[in-house]
Design a protein around this ligand. Structure first.
Ligand SMILES: Cc1cc2nc3c(=O)[nH]c(=O)nc-3n(C[C@H](O)[C@H](O)[C@H](O)COP(=O)(O)O)c2cc1C
Length: 357
């Protein structure tokens, strides 16, 4: 594991609920302050740098839960999702500034267009992904100015402001970093222009190497080819032995498609997902089956949309698989595993020391 740069490690806050077996309702852990606190503190103790706080119709509000989470932890940061048209950029700029100050600079921002057109329309956003990305880009451009200039005058396609007062002043300079995850050309272009970190969902390391090369070429147009960094958003199932890890993987998805909540989620999304990133996750699972490599597993794509590729194995195997992504240019991971407090604790104890040496 020589040659490892300083890694930036993220863990997931399960604001859509938690479990150790999607198919067994008795294992479900509902959302609560106690559970959010348990997961965040486990992640902080394990050595993670930030918590990814998602936004979907099934999640609790990201800003409220992230604020509580930051208040109940000491140093871990919150990577909070920003969705176009959900908050006015002035409101967002002020919320982020206040949170940045109150938490002593523990806010990161994750740009997302959202997975589903149906959900976007349901929540009052534009139905077309192209429009949502265009609006998102305008929001980022405007927020950056609001944090760094006084008396901003702005007339865009979506927003217009006339010298709003942004108090308090943002603490992180020049502003909190943006992350972005998305697989389309439009996502890549916005990321090249604005993100500190571009996030990839699970894929083959060689494919990620190619994607990084392309992303750097895009970023070069903005003079950012050496500035932009890359991270993998993956699931992890690590146990002391490989056999135990595979047992846990099988248990996690066994009978899951039968449950009412899984059916509701799949039905709500299936008809309207237009995500290139999600299509790639599905393509992997449909074409290669569950095992992409001896330790990359697509099983979770069958029970939830989005980040479904998992690293499965004993601590050495998990660390070696992650190292392959580091070797092709990633400098961080945004991970999750079920249930989230237990997997975070195990990862911190068994894998973190192997990765960080
Ligand atoms: C790391 C990562 C995190 C994401 N988080 C969310 C989220 O919290 N909520 C959501 O609706 N979509 C989320 N997405 C989906 C993407 O933001 C994006 O909107 C979607 O993939 C559609 O765009 P695409 O066609 O560019 O892939 C996430 C994607 C990635 C890669």
């Amino acid at each position: 594991m020589a040659n490892t740069p300083k890694l930036s490690m993220g863990w997931f806050l399960p604001t859509l609920g938690d479990t150790s077996a999607f198919g067994d309702p008795s294992q479900s852990i509902p959302q609560s302050l106690e559970h959010f606190e348990r997961v965040s503190q486990a992640a902080e103790t394990a050595g993670f740098d930030y918590m990814l706080v998602p936004v979907t119709p099934f999640c609790w509000d990201a800003w409220i839960t992230a604020t509580y989470m930051l208040a109940r932890t000491k140093k871990i940061k919150a990577l909070v999702a920003i969705k176009p048209g959900y908050f006015h950029p002035v409101a967002h700029a002020k919320m982020v500034s206040a949170m940045d100050r109150l938490s002593n600079g523990r806010v990161y921002l994750n740009l997302i267009a959202g997975l589903s057109e149906k959900d976007a329309l349901a929540e009052g956003q534009f139905g077309s992904k192209e429009q949502r990305y265009a609006q998102l880009e305008e929001e980022v451009r405007l927020m950056k100015r609001l944090w760094t200039e006084e008396g901003v005058q702005f007339k865009g396609d979506y927003y217009q402001v006339d010298g709003p007062k942004i108090v308090p002043k943002i603490l992180q300079q020049p502003h909190p970093p943006f992350f972005l995850g998305g697989g389309s050309e439009q996502a890549a272009e916005i990321s090249a222009q604005h993100s500190a970190v571009h996030l990839f969902w699970g894929d083959y390391p060689e494919k990620i190497r190619e994607e990084i090369k392309l992303m750097r070429q895009r970023a070069a147009k903005y003079g950012r080819e050496n500035e932009i960094r890359f991270a993998m958003r993956l699931q992890v199932i690590c146990r002391e032995t490989e056999a135990e890890a595979w047992e846990a993987a099988d248990r996690l998805i066994e009978g899951a498609n039968e449950t009412a909540s899984a059916k509701a989620m799949v039905a709500s999304l299936a008809s309207s997902i237009s995500s290139v990133a999600n299509a790639r996750q599905k393509e992997l699972s449909n074409t290669v089956g569950r095992k992409m490599t001896p330790h990359l597993w697509t099983g979770i794509t069958e029970v939830r949309p989005g980040a479904g590729v998992a690293v499965v194995g004993n601590p050495q195997q998990v660390a070696a698989q992650l190292q392959e992504f580091i070797d092709v240019g990633c400098s961080g991971f945004c991970l999750s595993g079920y249930p989230h407090h237990e997997e975070a604790e195990r990862f911190g104890r068994l894998v973190m020391p192997l990765l960080m040496k």
